[in-house]
Design a protein around this ligand. Structure first.
Ligand SMILES: [Mg+2]
Length: 342
């Protein structure tokens, strides 16, 4: 849903990839020879080729585009194959294959990934519930029902412990807020061309004070938590004298990519699965959570809980200073609370 229906970023409807997905998960145990060592790999048949190549990158620091795989499957596993399920490659379970490739420095890998992500930010994707006719030849799976995505959520839960700043209060709902272009104008904040508090969206603190009696507040941003926390301090959201607290923050390490199609081509983007928070705080669920973001694709796994607002890109300009989005949002979020449920 949108607060006022205004779209600035081009949006396309998500179209699931045409494929068969095995509901029953099968796994391949493989051995990979590289640089005189043997590495054990466990790959799900529902994993994407992207996941497989990423797993190799994590083990060896060789980026996917430099990985040459010998004795694994027919044809080259190029990036065009990223959205193909591993189980569709016809790989035999238990085989040993060889990888040839030169590792890269960590910082460079991180930079190139960040650059790719920024390119992808030119588009948004809207997800809706899938209505599939019975007996349809191709089985379309919503991202939330995809066994691969469910497994990825569990991996995030296991590998990204939450560092709580202010304990979630019993009986309070969950409000997840995106940072970039939702509550701050990121460009001047990154460039340092405006003081941090002037990059905040107008009405930010009033909005947070208004919702805090009903909601615990979590900020989830694509940026690294260290940068994220320091910016929240500069803006006055952490350690300020306002009548609200931030429960905790989450960064990009707890996001993962999903695949959809645009113009018939596979398109990869990252998602923020709310189940990550629900696992640690079981009093939160789809019934009492809202996720506010300027990109609806971030809700791909929770389309029912997502609330898209217009991107804020005008800090310091008359237009930006007149932005009323957070006032509308505060009214909307508080008025939507039914007294019956938590
Ligand atoms: Mg954003």
């Amino acid at each position: 849903m949108d607060v006022d229906g205004v779209e600035k970023t081009p949006v396309f409807e998500a179209i699931p990839l045409p494929e068969e997905v095995s509901v029953k998960e099968e796994f391949y145990e493989l051995r990979m020879g590289w640089s005189g060592k043997i590495y054990e790999l466990r790959v799900g048949g529902n994993d994407m080729v992207y996941d497989f190549r990423h797993q190799i990158e994590v083990l060896t620091n060789v980026p996917p585009e430099r990985q040459k795989l010998i004795g694994l499957s027919k044809g080259k596993l190029s990036s065009e194959m990223d959205s193909v399920r591993f189980g569709a490659l016809g790989v035999k379970n238990g085989i040993k294959f060889t990888m040839i490739g030169t590792p890269e420095a960590d910082s460079f890998v991180y930079r190139s990934e960040t650059a790719k992500q920024q390119q992808a930010d030119d588009f948004d994707v809207r997800y809706k519930a899938l209505a599939i006719a019975k007996g349809e030849a191709v089985r379309l799976v919503a991202p939330a029902d995809d066994p691969r995505n469910k497994r990825k959520i569990q991996e995030v839960i296991r590998s990204c412990p939450i560092t709580v700043m202010d304990d979630p209060r019993p009986g309070k709902r969950l409000l997840v807020l995106d940072l970039d272009y939702t509550i701050v104008d990121t460009k001047p904040l990154l460039e340092g061309s405006l003081p941090a508090d002037e990059c905040a969206r107008p009405g930010l603190h009033d909005f947070l004070e208004k919702v805090y009696p009903h909601y615990d507040i979590v900020v989830w941003s694509q940026t690294h938590w260290r940068w994220l926390e320091s910016k929240l301090v500069e803006i006055g959201m952490i350690g300020g004298d306002r009548n609200y607290k931030i429960s905790f923050v989450a960064d990009r390490t707890s996001m993962f990519p999903v695949f959809t199609q645009r113009d018939g081509q596979p398109f990869k983007h990252e998602v923020k699965p709310l189940a990550y928070f629900w696992a640690s705080f079981p009093h939160w669920s789809a019934k009492n959570s809202i996720h506010i973001d300027d990109l609806s694709r971030n809700f791909a796994l929770n389309p029912g809980e997502g609330l898209k607002i217009r991107a804020f890109k005008g800090a310091g300009t008359p237009d930006g200073l007149g932005d009323k989005e957070l006032i509308k949002l505060g009214n909307y979020v508080c008025s939507s609370i039914s007294s019956a449920s938590i």
